[in-house]
Write a protein of this length. Structure first.
Length: 90
């Protein structure tokens, strides 16, 4: 399953994400950042099957700070906030 994490903290151009060494991502990896919107509901079952996501920018993994936390730097985009979704850039 492809890596998916979340933004934990934004401080200027520095972005702390939930990843760490457990993610097995190498420093230098480019990641896409998505803001989440409304729930997507299956009309047949009424169950939430996901959330609408909007690409808002990209970050570059700088270093790991342990098993679960990593630091990245903004490459493009603005408006990043805690809770945004992070995925490896395709």
């Amino acid at each position: 399953m492809p890596f998916t994490g979340k933004v934990l903290l934004v401080d200027g151009k520095s972005v702390t994400i939930r990843a760490g060494t457990r993610s097995r991502l190498e420093p230098g990896t480019m990641l896409s950042v998505y803001s989440t919107g409304v729930d997507l509901v299956d009309p047949d079952t009424g169950r939430v099957i996901g959330k609408r996501e909007k690409l808002i920018g990209e970050i570059k993994l700088a270093e790991h700070q342990g098993e679960r936390i990593s630091e990245a730097e903004v490459s493009s985009g603005t408006g990043f906030k805690a809770g945004d979704v992070v995925k490896v850039k395709k």
